[in-house]
Structure formats: C-alpha cells, structure tokens
Design a protein around this ligand. Structure first.
Ligand code: ADP
Ligand code: NI
Length: 226
C-alpha cells in the first residue's frame, strides 16, 4: 500500500467511526475493527490487494439494515463515501461489489467473489465465533427478549446428550450456536480462516459443555471437528 492509499484508509476509518458512533456493542465500530484485523491477518497469508481488503472491511457494515429500517444501505453509502474522496472507479467497483455481496443472507456463490471479497467475508464470519461470538449471541438475544437457553420438553434425561437438531430448532442463544454458528466454518473460503474458526469452535464447545454442566442439564452435543 502506498502513502496516498494509507491516507485514504485513515480518512475512511474516521468517517466510519463517526457514522457508527452510538451503535450497539457487538455490531458497531468494535466489530468493524475486529473484522479489519482478522482480514489483515488472512491477507498476510493468502495475498490479495491490502488496500481493497482494508476499505471493504472498514465499510462492510456502514449502512447495516438493522439501523436503516431493515434496508441494507452499506453498498450505497460505500459508493458515496469513496466518490466523495475521489477514489478511482476501479477501486470503487471492487469495494462496492464486495460490500454488496458478502452477507450471510445473500448466500452468494463464493466462487463469484474476488480474493479480497473472500477474505473480508471470512473475517466477518469469524467474528460470530469464539468468545466474541458468545458475547454477541447473548447481546443479540438480550435486545430481543430471547433467552440464552431453555429446557425443552424433548430434552433427554440428565447426563444424556440432547440432539443437535432439537437444539437448533430452539429460538435461543444455544439454538443459534447449532443452527448457524457451528456451520460457519465449512462455509469459509480461506485456509487461515478455517484454522482460526476451528480454534474458536473448540472454545465455544468447551463453553457450552461447562454451561450445561453448571446448569445440571443434559450434556451439550458435540460437533464433529472434521
Ligand atoms: P453480521 O451482519 O455481522 O453477519 P448479524 O447482524 O446477522 O451478523 O448478527 C450479529 C450478531 O448477532 C452475530 O454474532 C450473530 O451470530 C448474532 N445473531 C444473529 N442472529 C441471532 C439469533 N437468532 N440469536 C442469537 N444471536 C444471533
Ligand atoms: Ni459485519
């Protein structure tokens, strides 16, 4: 990255910080900066253009639907912000395409993403895992009145494992682990991201084991680490 590009990254960092001010922890600037760091780490191992990676990581949630009446504005805002700073059309196209296509909801075929897009998508998904992932899941539930866990009538007797599919159906934090979070690693694009995800998954599994143990619940089912 040259000096001009570094200066632009700093300006965009400041713009995004201003725009996301006041947005809930877990999905504000703290999330963006973790995604930026993880994306840099992945890029250092797999390559790709660092300038594009950093811009896309910084801008990927700048118009998050949760804060814009359910309408995802990130790609539109990204274009405006980059145009205002006089960034080249080539770079704008590359970054807007990434921001527009990496979300889990879009479920776009990863083959269609650029290498830089694959990196930022992986970094965003990784932020739903590990200790941070646990905190974000609990915070999400708290804002919606969703409990972290309930004992369902179909739960097995104490010390027997409940099934993954039973838990995944529950509208709870624990349900979310099995419905989505433990499935993310297989959707990742890059090897370094898969390694980070595996370590974080193990931590989440051990958290769940301890949680179920302390709650005198049937043991948490184990996900195969293949
Ligand atoms: P992103 O936009 O970063 O891909 P989301 O906005 O979908 O992620 O979710 C933000 C955080 O809330 C993530 O950590 C996600 O795992 C968590 N979350 C999303 N849906 C649920 C849910 N139904 N129950 C608990 N946590 C959830
Ligand atoms: Ni995100």
């Amino acid at each position: 990255m040259n000096e001009v590009e570094r200066g632009l990254v700093q300006k965009i960092h400041a713009t995004v910080t201003r725009r996301l001010a006041g947005q809930g922890a877990g999905h504000g600037m703290d999330h963006v900066l973790r995604v930026l760091n993880t994306a840099r780490q992945i890029q250092s191992e797999v390559g790709g253009e660092l300038f594009i990676v950093e811009l896309a990581a910084l801008l990927h949630d700048v118009g998050d639907a949760k804060f814009h009446d359910g309408i995802e504005m990130s790609a539109t805002y990204t274009k405006e912000i980059l145009e205002d700073l006089g960034v080249s059309h080539e770079v704008i196209d590359a970054v807007v395409t990434i921001v527009d296509n990496i979300s889990y909801r879009k479920g776009i075929d990863a083959d269609l993403l650029s290498l830089e897009g694959k990196i930022v998508q992986d970094a965003d998904r990784i932020d739903a895992l590990g200790a941070i992932g646990i905190v974000r899941t609990i915070e999400f539930g708290a804002t919606r009145g969703q409990p972290f866990h309930v004992v369902s009538p179909t739960d097995a007797a104490p010390n027997e494992k409940v099934s993954v599919s039973d838990l995944a159906l529950q509208k709870t934090g624990v349900g979310h682990f099995y419905d989505k979070l433990f499935k993310l690693r297989k959707l990742l694009n890059t090897e370094p991201a898969k390694q980070i995800a595996l370590q974080r998954e193990r931590f989440m599994q051990s958290f769940l084991d301890q949680y179920f143990l302390e709650s005198s619940q049937p043991l948490a089912p184990t996900i195969a680490n293949d």
